[in-house]
Design a protein around this ligand. Structure first.
Ligand SMILES: C[C@H](NC(=O)[C@@H](N)CCCCN)C(=O)O
Length: 461
């Protein structure tokens, strides 16, 4: 049941308490995002050592979302979150994330690949796909369920502690930490494989980091328990909104703001996360960077967003303009991918495009996520974030697979050792950017008509 606070002060009114809570959940998300991208700079090694084609790699990257999409895991996750609460949902799904990550690690070990537990079984069907690929996909699909629902839970936690306060800044800082995880993955993962290029090494580190993330979440749980106890004991707190019903999920689709924000989310993110899966290889193939450094170039993207997302978040807390900023971010997305697709393979262009993408990837998330509570009542927020993430996951599933397949088909018959041509896959990304801009435009129009207040400041004076 959602609640509104009337007069008395609670632990969430203590600045240090709410920022400390933010720190614990942000660290958790850092560990999750680290593992999400841990394999991204290893595409070349996966090709050479594991025999994965680009399509196989894309299928692996897309497997992240398979359970989320086909088993509606995010919807269930959202409903569990609304019914069973933050502490149970977070703990359970961080556990799933760790189990999935472990399978993913195991798929890359010699133990598995030399006939370890599960190898013969996975080798007995769909023999075009390597057992390592199948085991990694099982793990990554489970991990995807865990990290996405953990992400939904964390969004809910931030709303719980920061609504009416520095919410966009808090969301921006949480995203900055998550991007820190991406940065470490992109820049450190190739180095962590060592001179002997052992792929399982960074993955083992990732699993350990996730366990530490779970411990941080336990600390959050203690604070959350205290807040709930205070709220329960406070007679000035009154229940104000109806209990969530599963059928409410369908109500979300009667809300044009919700439909547009979901569409913008899937289009925008499909041109970012699937791109980052291939970006290190793009750096090698088009711009001639060494494999070890390719991830560092892509790491410029999270570095930029780590700095810019909280700054833009703070700006929108005070000044608003979220709807306009979502349009600007989509426009920059088109610019950046156009450079990657059509301009020559000059390293200067690679840096420039990555920086422009960094601005886009800061503007849109910083504006979009704090806009959701302006469109949807708090009692349905868990399900709303879940539904948006689920729609987004359709793109996160399809686009890496498409990119891999288009890359393979565009380079069919390429001479041994020649660089892959990324123009066609990148044109797909430009297309997503254009569609995102159109949707962002309509979102602004609908905002003006319906008065969601997306262009208004988030902080209520
Ligand atoms: C907050 C937002 N999170 C998401 O979009 C997640 N559904 C996807 C997480 C993918 C992890 N690499 C964001 O990161 O901007």
């Amino acid at each position: 049941m959602a609640i509104t606070k009337a007069a008395s002060l609670s632990i969430r009114d203590s600045k240090s308490a709410r920022w400390f809570v933010l720190l614990t959940v942000s660290f958790l998300m850092l560990t999750g995002y680290f593992f999400t991208d841990i394999m991204s700079p290893l595409q070349g090694m996966l090709r050479d050592q594991m025999g994965w084609s680009n399509s196989s790699y894309g299928t692996f990257a897309g497997s992240y979302s398979v359970l989320n999409v086909f088993c509606l895991m995010l919807i269930f996750g959202g409903i569990i979150l609304d019914k069973a609460g933050i502490r149970f949902t977070g703990t359970f799904f961080v556990g799933i994330m760790i189990v999935g990550a472990f399978f993913n690690y195991y798929a890359m070990t010699d133990t598995f690949n030399n006939g370890g537990l599960g190898y013969d079984f996975l080798n007995s069907f769909l023999t075009d796909y390597k057992p390592s690929l199948k085991m990694a996909m099982i793990g990554y699909a489970l991990f995807g369920v865990g990290v996405e629902i953990a992400g939904i839970t964390v969004s809910r936690i931030i709303v719980k502690w920061f609504k009416g306060k520095e919410m966009a800044l808090a969301m921006g800082l949480e995203m900055a930490c998550a991007r820190g995880g991406m940065l470490i993955a992109f820049s450190a993962s190739p180095w962590m494989t060592g001179a002997d290029k052992i792929i399982s090494r960074p993955l083992a580190f990732g699993v350990i980091l996730l366990v530490i993330g779970l411990l941080a979440f336990f600390v959050h749980n203690m604070m959350d328990k205290r807040l709930d106890a205070e709220v329960a004991a406070d007679t000035s707190v009154v229940a104000s909104e109806e209990e969530f019903k599963a059928s409410d999920v369908f109500l979300l689709f009667k809300n044009p703001g919700f439909i547009l924000i979901s569409l913008l989310c899937v289009l925008f993110y499909s041109a970012v996360f699937p791109f980052t899966k291939f970006a290190p290889d793009l750096m090698v193939q088009k711009y001639g960077f060494a494999e070890e450094f390719s991830g560092m170039i892509v790491g410029l993207l999270p570095i930029g967003t780590m700095i810019l997302t909280p700054i833009f978040g703070a700006f929108m807390d005070k000044k608003g303009k979220s709807a306009s900023i979502m349009m600007l971010g989509s426009l920059l997305l088109i610019f950046s991918h156009t450079i990657f697709a059509f301009l020559p393979g000059n390293t200067g262009f690679a840096f420039a495009a990555m920086i422009v993408l960094g601005f886009a990837f800061s503007f849109v998330p910083a504006a979009m996520w704090p806009s959701v509570p302006k469109i949807i009542p708090e009692s349905r927020l868990g399900s709303a974030y879940a539904m948006i993430f689920m729609i987004q996951n359709v793109g996160l599933m399809l686009f890496p697979m498409l990119l891999g397949a288009v890359l393979d088909s565009a380079n069919e018959g390429l001479a041994e050792g020649a660089a892959l041509n990324y123009t066609e896959p990148m044109m797909l990304m430009v297309g997503c950017g254009i569609a995102a801009l159109v949707v962002a435009f309509f979102l602004r129009v609908v905002d003006k008509k319906r008065g969601y207040g997306l262009d208004l400041p988030n902080i209520q004076e």
